[in-house]
Design a binder for this molecule. Structure first.
Ligand code: AVI
Length: 299
């Protein structure tokens, strides 16, 4: 965090949004009318579930990267034929444990093996007692869009290593009218703004800092040249913030870049998937082509 704030271009990794309060705010974003990705992805999954489970086959081990509240996985678990187990991976421990506790009574025959980890780092994959036909990674929500290009490729390569002989079911947000994108990241209720500002609250609490939240503004826009939404926190005044003993100076209008959310065409994502060692088996989209769910296999 300190290093990012001391750089000439101030930047904080977006993965730090997701402590418990941040994860709850993100869930509120997902329920917003303006935030189309969640409901669109769910509707694609609902409509195409039979085709999806036919591709995944029986007895697969489902590994969910960033499981959050584990709601989307229920659609898969309801439809899959005798899954060998479910490995939810999440960095937010409380939420991980809560969602496992909620899942267990609903799926008593399912072996749930939670892993509390930063899923971009190497972690030990637990082994279920049942025989596993193939490992299937599940990475919904277009979280892949929050990775820059090279890290996205490296992360997909890491999944390919974990799931060799299996595959990856992934949600990928698509390029579209910039106004739809703008509304999705600048919602009228200000939930996205609170989510963004919450990062400063977290730094205050965990790193003994004194950010004044009303001295920073949420700023999100689509950068068409880079095919990404950029989310920033802009300093509303000249100010100095202390993080422990370190002082960080901000000029009026200076920003902390807190998140990128890349949008892809189906062809652009296919190129990325191939570069990481995957074969694109199927791409499902909604009628408006807002979002895609894709099944990629890895030999
Ligand atoms: C988690 N991720 C895919 C979200 C996104 O759309 O990039 C995070 C988010 N940031 C603001 N709104 C939602």
């Amino acid at each position: 965090m300190l290093q990012g704030l001391q750089d000439a271009r101030k930047e904080l990794p977006s993965k730090y949004f997701y402590d418990d309060a941040g994860s709850r705010l993100f869930e509120q974003i997902c329920a917003l009318d303006e935030y189309y990705p969640t409901r669109t992805e769910l509707s694609i999954m609902r409509e195409r579930m039979a085709e999806m489970v036919a591709l995944l086959g029986p007895n697969c081990l489902l590994i969910e990267y960033g499981s959050g509240s584990s709601t989307k996985i229920r659609m898969l678990l309801d439809a899959l034929q005798d899954p060998a187990g479910y490995v939810p991976i999440d960095i937010a421990k409380e939420q991980l444990l809560r969602s496992v506790a909620a899942l267990t009574p609903a799926y008593p025959a399912l072996e749930v093996l939670p892993v509390c980890a930063d899923y971009t780092s190497d972690f030990a994959l637990p082994s279920p007692t049942k025989l596993v036909s193939r490992r299937i990674a599940y990475f919904p929500g277009s979280t892949i869009g929050n990775f820059d290009r090279e890290p996205a490729k490296r992360f997909l390569q890491q999944i390919a290593r974990v799931c060799t002989g299996g595959g990856l079911l992934i949600g990928v947000d698509l390029k579209k009218d910039c106004n739809i994108l703008h509304r999705a990241y600048n919602d009228s209720q200000g939930v996205t703004a609170r989510f963004n500002l919450h990062l400063l609250e977290r730094i205050n609490r965990e790193l003994d800092a004194n950010f004044q939240l009303d001295q920073f503004g949420h700023y999100a826009f689509y950068n068409p040249g880079q095919s990404r939404i950029e989310m920033h926190l802009v300093s509303l005044t000249d100010q100095v913030v202390c993080i422990g003993k370190v002082e960080i100076a901000f000029k009026l209008g200076e920003s902390i870049w807190t998140e990128s959310s890349y949008k892809y065409t189906v062809e652009e994502f296919a190129r990325l998937a191939r570069a990481a060692g995957f074969t694109v088996e199927r791409v499902w989209t909604d009628a408006q082509q807002l979002f895609s769910v894709q099944y990629l296999s890895v030999a």
